[in-house]
Ligand binder design. Structure first.
Ligand SMILES: CCCCCCCCCCCCCC(=O)SCCNC(=O)CCNC(=O)[C@H](O)C(C)(C)COP(=O)(O)OP(=O)(O)OC[C@H]1O[C@@H](n2cnc3c(N)ncnc32)[C@H](O)[C@@H]1OP(=O)(O)O
Length: 307
């Protein structure tokens, strides 16, 4: 009797202490599920709200960019030449009038577009300003006019160029200026040495903050060529006019002066050999051809013909 009642007591004691234990475990599991769900949904919300940060450049470009792109059609289907002066007008003109001429050539370097070729030929990363997947400052197009030593580009300032909230680093604007100065010098090199030249001075005046997501215009020219020194002046602006691609309320096109964000006084040195590589890639030259797809004049590096 005593043994049975002891057993009953101990069974009920075990039950009474085990049940709260089970309830505790169940509560723990339920709270951890709830916690995980709350955290997950928070993360989903934050990732979906921050996903706008990872947007690529808009598909509809501002009017000035559309004009730059559409005014460079060329109907000639012959190969032009690999000489700087051939196939291009000798009439120097101001940047704005020159933009409507057909003598600008789109600049295309293989290492900007063909990332497999880039990886296979000695580059170790991605170009700061020309990475097609880049989210910092990205030059979408460069056009060059040899006769007037001018270049114009369409630039997108992506989320990785940010410094102050919603605004871009001055360094992003300066990187762009450095690139512009270097490429203008590479395009106008008279040293006769292929693949040579370097930017040595970039004096950039930052005039106005650039918002993340902006699409702006970079436009400039070689001012002076003294010996090996190439002096470049450039402006980063909004292209003027109605930059949203629309028109004014009464339907008339607005014709505003460009809003200037930065200016450059730069210096490049012609004929500097920056790469120690001795291979066909480092001996590339420029070739001007008509693109068989777009019918536009293009200035391509001869690397497009290499394996
Ligand atoms: C066809 C395919 C094309 C492909 C294109 C690909 C594009 C890629 C490119 C993209 C580009 C993107 C942009 C980039 O990222 S370019 C990369 C960033 N730039 C650099 O890293 C350059 C660093 N600097 C140097 O390495 C040396 O200074 C160099 C090598 C340039 C000197 O060089 P070198 O030893 O040969 O020159 P020198 O000493 O005989 O001097 C010669 C003259 O120059 C004058 N001087 C020199 N430095 C300065 C200075 N700081 N300010 C004012 N003046 C200067 C000097 O007084 C002298 O003048 P003078 O006494 O004769 O009057």
């Amino acid at each position: 009797m005593t043994t049975t009642s002891n057993r009953n007591i101990s069974t009920s004691t075990v039950r009474s202490s085990f049940l709260p234990f089970l309830a505790g475990i169940a509560f723990g599991i339920a709270s951890s599920i709830l916690y995980t769900r709350v955290i997950c949904s928070r993360n989903q919300k934050s990732s979906s709200s921050s996903s706008s940060l990872w947007l690529q450049p808009p598909s509809t470009l501002p009017r000035f960019a559309q004009e730059i792109l559409s005014n460079h059609h060329h109907t000639n289907t012959e190969k032009i030449s690999n000489d700087d002066s051939n196939g291009e007008s000798t009439n120097a003109s101001s940047p704005n009038t020159a933009l409507s001429s057909e003598n600008w050539t789109e600049v295309r370097l293989r290492e900007w577009e063909d990332l497999n070729w880039r990886d296979a030929n000695g580059w170790q990363g991605r170009d700061l300003c020309h990475n097609p997947q880049g989210l910092g400052v990205r030059i979408l197009h460069y056009y060059y006019k040899a006769s007037s030593k001018e270049m114009v580009g369409v630039v997108w300032f992506g989320p990785h160029a940010e410094s102050h909230r919603g605004l871009c680093h001055g360094g992003a604007m300066t990187s762009l200026m450095d690139d512009f100065c270097g490429h203008l010098a590479f395009l106008h090199s008279t040293s006769g040495q292929p693949w040579s030249g370097a930017t040595v001075q970039v004096n950039v005046s930052l005039k106005k903050p650039v918002k993340v997501g902006s699409i702006l215009r970079i436009i400039g020219r070689i001012d002076k060529h003294e010996g090996r020194k190439i002096y470049v002046h450039a402006t980063l602006d909004d292209g003027g006019g109605d930059n949203n691609g629309g028109s004014s309320i009464d339907g008339e096109e607005q014709n505003k002066d460009p809003l200037v964000y930065a200016t450059l006084e730069g210096l490049s040195i012609d004929g500097v050999k920056m790469s120690q590589h001795e291979d066909p890639v480092s001996k590339r030259t420029w070739e001007v051809e008509v693109c068989e797809h777009s019918g536009r004049l293009q200035r391509r590096d001869s690397g497009w013909k290499l394996l």
